[in-house]
Ligand binder design. Sequence first.
Ligand SMILES: *Cc1c(COP(=O)(O)O)cnc(C)c1O
Length: 401
Amino acid sequence: MSYTDEQIYAVDKADYLPVFARYQIVLDHGDGVNVYDTAGKKYIDFLGGIAVNVLGHGNKELVKAIADQAARMIHVSNLYYTEAQATAAEKLVKLSGLDRAFFANSGAEANEGAIKLARKYTHQKDAEKSTIITAWHSFHGRTLATLTATAQPKYQEGFGPLPAAFDYVTYGDLAELESKMNDKVSAVMLETIQGEGGVYVPSAEYLKGVRALCDKYGALLIFDEIQCGIGRTGSFFAYDGFGVKPDIVTLAKGLAGGVPIGAVITTEEVASALHPGDHGTTFGGNPLACAAANVVLDTVSAPDFLKNVAKLGDYFTGQLKKLAAKYPGLIKEVRGKGLMLGAELTRDDIGRDIVNDVLANGAIINCTAGNVLRFVPPLIITEADIDAVLACVDKALAKFA
Ligand SMILES: *Cc1c(COP(=O)(O)O)cnc(C)c1O
């Protein structure tokens, strides 16, 4: 490495477009659940690139699949078939119980595709059946349409005019959704479990009610599983755990273990609205990304792997609740499912300081929605890793108690 940390900070400050409030650390490499800075200091990574590094860092099988595929062929146009893409689609169809998969490069792009697909489908019945209903505190991405779907004013301000025909409801409030449903609604789009907005788990009754309302009004149900999918909650799709099936589901983050990818999966009926030329992508689902996704899909969908995620999630939740009981003045509530957990702080002004203290103590977590400590670690962690990270959090909380 030819730049010192100080030089990297200076160059970044001078030359990178500063849309991230970065932590003062230069990460250099990773191994399993750990990452290391340039001085060789170890951090247990319980953010996992924000729910991306599901197999941790440096997974041998994943690295080999990427290296082998890179040597054979990194990219080829979607005008041609590749085995890697066909098999990744086959796996997603099998796992989802849906019929067709399309690959994009990111979460936002997958959701953008889902919105386009829903509108094209419902416009066949009624040219004005366009409305997309999403939930307050949702997060669906940063493109103009997905930003409009993201019902958080702080992300939308200054970027107007925003695309038309989006409406918002309170997550979990079925009566409010019912009051907004009509025959102009194209789709209801929800995170099966809300992530960025603060880690909110809905009831199965709510999601079943949403499904029934969509059916009643001929609207599609889109589940955004970009964060909560890929085994994170102990089932491959989070919706499996609620017994509710969507018409469209989107994936991204963990799908290729860190290689950029997104996916839209849907039914034959809905997919029939799109014909050659109606949608596309240059990079989406190229053989490099799909070779990585194939390893992740094979690994994470194994029943024993998923069972272990659920078991770790139960242990983690229990330990986190003990910490909440130790600091009732600081932690208001523990929420989440599997290895997607949040601890809501009682104060809005200490989240970043706690995350910084935890970092100094040797672990990486983050704070979302202003006051929710979020844990979305690699799915390969152990109970000992959970204990070690919570010891770092404990130490940080003690400072503010
Ligand atoms: C991260 C996220 C997105 C956006 O994904 P990008 O790859 O950043 O575009 C969309 N939806 C959910 C639920 C997410 O967590």
